[in-house]
Design a protein around this ligand. Structure first.
Ligand code: NI
Length: 188
Protein backbone atom coordinates (compact mmCIF):
# COMPACT_ATOMS: atom_id res chain seq x y z
CA UNK A 1 0.00 0.00 0.00
CA UNK A 2 1.27 3.42 -0.96
CA UNK A 3 0.58 6.12 1.62
CA UNK A 4 0.19 9.80 0.82
CA UNK A 5 3.08 11.76 2.32
CA UNK A 6 2.12 14.29 4.95
CA UNK A 7 3.12 17.85 4.03
CA UNK A 8 4.76 20.59 6.10
CA UNK A 9 2.31 22.17 8.51
CA UNK A 10 0.62 18.96 9.63
CA UNK A 11 0.79 18.67 13.45
CA UNK A 12 1.84 14.99 13.25
CA UNK A 13 5.25 16.16 12.00
CA UNK A 14 5.71 18.10 15.26
CA UNK A 15 4.97 15.30 17.72
CA UNK A 16 7.55 13.37 19.65
CA UNK A 17 6.61 9.94 18.33
CA UNK A 18 5.68 7.08 20.66
CA UNK A 19 7.58 3.86 21.31
CA UNK A 20 6.22 0.81 19.53
CA UNK A 21 5.21 -2.10 21.76
CA UNK A 22 5.94 -5.61 20.60
CA UNK A 23 2.44 -6.89 21.42
CA UNK A 24 1.66 -8.44 18.07
CA UNK A 25 -1.10 -5.92 17.43
CA UNK A 26 0.60 -4.06 14.62
CA UNK A 27 1.47 -5.74 11.37
CA UNK A 28 4.90 -4.20 11.47
CA UNK A 29 6.49 -6.16 8.58
CA UNK A 30 3.68 -4.98 6.29
CA UNK A 31 3.93 -1.41 7.51
CA UNK A 32 7.71 -1.38 6.97
CA UNK A 33 7.23 -2.80 3.50
CA UNK A 34 4.62 -0.16 2.70
CA UNK A 35 6.95 2.57 3.93
CA UNK A 36 9.74 1.38 1.63
CA UNK A 37 7.27 1.27 -1.31
CA UNK A 38 5.99 4.76 -0.50
CA UNK A 39 9.53 6.08 -0.22
CA UNK A 40 10.70 4.52 -3.50
CA UNK A 41 7.73 5.92 -5.41
CA UNK A 42 8.69 9.40 -4.21
CA UNK A 43 12.40 8.80 -4.93
CA UNK A 44 13.34 9.23 -1.28
CA UNK A 45 16.28 7.77 0.62
CA UNK A 46 14.58 7.92 4.02
CA UNK A 47 11.03 8.01 5.37
CA UNK A 48 9.74 8.29 8.93
CA UNK A 49 6.35 7.07 10.18
CA UNK A 50 5.08 10.60 11.04
CA UNK A 51 5.45 11.40 7.34
CA UNK A 52 2.66 8.91 6.62
CA UNK A 53 0.62 10.22 9.54
CA UNK A 54 1.69 7.74 12.25
CA UNK A 55 3.26 9.10 15.45
CA UNK A 56 5.33 6.02 16.17
CA UNK A 57 9.11 5.62 16.47
CA UNK A 58 9.83 3.98 13.14
CA UNK A 59 11.82 5.04 10.12
CA UNK A 60 13.32 3.38 7.07
CA UNK A 61 16.35 4.27 4.99
CA UNK A 62 17.75 3.04 1.69
CA UNK A 63 20.90 4.68 0.44
CA UNK A 64 22.05 1.70 -1.60
CA UNK A 65 21.78 3.66 -4.85
CA UNK A 66 23.98 6.46 -3.58
CA UNK A 67 27.64 6.55 -4.40
CA UNK A 68 29.60 8.16 -1.61
CA UNK A 69 33.34 8.48 -1.75
CA UNK A 70 35.01 6.23 0.82
CA UNK A 71 31.69 4.91 2.08
CA UNK A 72 30.12 1.56 1.40
CA UNK A 73 26.45 2.34 0.85
CA UNK A 74 25.56 -1.04 -0.69
CA UNK A 75 24.23 -2.48 2.58
CA UNK A 76 22.54 0.68 3.82
CA UNK A 77 18.93 -0.43 3.67
CA UNK A 78 17.40 -0.67 7.13
CA UNK A 79 14.37 -0.20 9.33
CA UNK A 80 14.85 1.46 12.72
CA UNK A 81 12.32 0.75 15.48
CA UNK A 82 12.37 2.65 18.79
CA UNK A 83 15.74 4.15 17.89
CA UNK A 84 17.72 6.15 20.40
CA UNK A 85 20.78 8.16 19.42
CA UNK A 86 23.31 7.60 22.21
CA UNK A 87 25.94 10.09 21.09
CA UNK A 88 26.89 12.37 18.24
CA UNK A 89 30.56 13.12 17.75
CA UNK A 90 33.03 14.43 15.22
CA UNK A 91 33.18 17.71 13.44
CA UNK A 92 30.02 19.18 12.01
CA UNK A 93 29.80 19.26 8.24
CA UNK A 94 27.26 20.96 6.03
CA UNK A 95 25.34 19.48 3.14
CA UNK A 96 22.22 20.37 1.22
CA UNK A 97 19.19 18.44 2.43
CA UNK A 98 15.64 18.03 1.28
CA UNK A 99 12.59 16.28 2.69
CA UNK A 100 9.64 14.49 1.07
CA UNK A 101 7.33 16.46 3.40
CA UNK A 102 8.84 19.78 2.29
CA UNK A 103 9.07 19.47 -1.52
CA UNK A 104 11.03 22.09 -3.52
CA UNK A 105 13.00 23.26 -0.47
CA UNK A 106 16.67 22.32 -0.32
CA UNK A 107 19.01 23.97 2.15
CA UNK A 108 22.40 23.45 3.77
CA UNK A 109 22.31 21.75 7.16
CA UNK A 110 25.24 21.15 9.53
CA UNK A 111 25.38 17.86 11.40
CA UNK A 112 27.91 15.87 13.41
CA UNK A 113 29.93 13.40 11.38
CA UNK A 114 29.41 10.31 13.55
CA UNK A 115 26.68 8.89 15.73
CA UNK A 116 26.03 5.91 17.94
CA UNK A 117 22.51 4.54 17.91
CA UNK A 118 20.54 1.75 19.57
CA UNK A 119 17.52 0.39 17.73
CA UNK A 120 15.44 -2.69 17.01
CA UNK A 121 15.24 -4.11 13.51
CA UNK A 122 12.14 -5.56 11.82
CA UNK A 123 12.74 -8.85 13.68
CA UNK A 124 12.87 -7.04 17.06
CA UNK A 125 16.59 -7.72 17.31
CA UNK A 126 18.44 -5.03 19.22
CA UNK A 127 21.48 -3.39 17.64
CA UNK A 128 23.93 -0.80 18.84
CA UNK A 129 25.95 0.58 15.96
CA UNK A 130 28.07 3.49 14.86
CA UNK A 131 27.39 5.30 11.59
CA UNK A 132 29.37 8.02 9.94
CA UNK A 133 29.28 10.41 6.99
CA UNK A 134 26.30 10.16 4.65
CA UNK A 135 24.76 7.23 6.54
CA UNK A 136 24.88 9.20 9.78
CA UNK A 137 23.31 12.21 8.05
CA UNK A 138 20.39 10.20 6.67
CA UNK A 139 19.77 8.67 10.10
CA UNK A 140 20.00 12.07 11.84
CA UNK A 141 17.44 13.54 9.43
CA UNK A 142 14.99 10.64 9.91
CA UNK A 143 15.59 10.48 13.66
CA UNK A 144 14.69 14.16 13.83
CA UNK A 145 11.32 13.29 12.30
CA UNK A 146 10.42 10.96 15.18
CA UNK A 147 11.47 13.77 17.56
CA UNK A 148 9.15 16.25 15.82
CA UNK A 149 12.04 18.16 14.25
CA UNK A 150 12.38 19.18 10.58
CA UNK A 151 15.59 20.11 8.78
CA UNK A 152 14.26 23.60 8.15
CA UNK A 153 14.28 24.18 11.93
CA UNK A 154 18.06 24.53 11.68
CA UNK A 155 17.90 27.45 9.23
CA UNK A 156 18.58 30.95 10.46
CA UNK A 157 15.62 33.29 11.11
CA UNK A 158 16.20 35.31 7.93
CA UNK A 159 16.22 32.21 5.76
CA UNK A 160 13.07 30.94 7.44
CA UNK A 161 11.39 34.29 6.78
CA UNK A 162 12.39 34.14 3.13
CA UNK A 163 10.93 30.65 2.83
CA UNK A 164 7.63 31.55 4.52
CA UNK A 165 5.70 31.82 1.24
CA UNK A 166 7.05 28.50 0.08
CA UNK A 167 6.09 26.81 3.35
CA UNK A 168 2.57 28.20 2.93
CA UNK A 169 2.28 26.90 -0.61
CA UNK A 170 3.38 23.45 0.62
CA UNK A 171 0.80 23.48 3.43
CA UNK A 172 -2.03 24.61 1.17
CA UNK A 173 -1.18 22.22 -1.62
CA UNK A 174 -0.31 24.68 -4.35
CA UNK A 175 3.23 23.31 -4.60
CA UNK A 176 4.00 21.17 -7.64
CA UNK A 177 4.94 17.63 -6.64
CA UNK A 178 4.93 14.34 -8.54
CA UNK A 179 3.96 12.01 -5.67
CA UNK A 180 0.78 11.82 -3.64
CA UNK A 181 0.67 14.11 -0.60
CA UNK A 182 -1.73 15.00 2.19
CA UNK A 183 -1.82 18.77 2.65
CA UNK A 184 -2.91 20.12 6.06
CA UNK A 185 -4.72 23.17 4.64
CA UNK A 186 -6.66 21.24 2.03
CA UNK A 187 -10.01 19.85 3.15
CA UNK A 188 -10.98 16.64 1.40
NI1 NI B 1 12.49 14.37 5.91
Amino acid sequence: MIYPIVAYGDPVLRKVAKEIKNDGNTDLPKLINDMFETMYLANGIGLAAPQIGLDIRLFVVDGTQLEEEGEDMTTFKKAFINAKILSETGEKWAMEEGCLSIPTVREMVSRHKTLRIRYLDENWQEHEEEFTGMQARIIQHEYDHIQGVLFTDYLNPLKKRLLKGRFNSISNGTVSVDYRMKFPMVKI
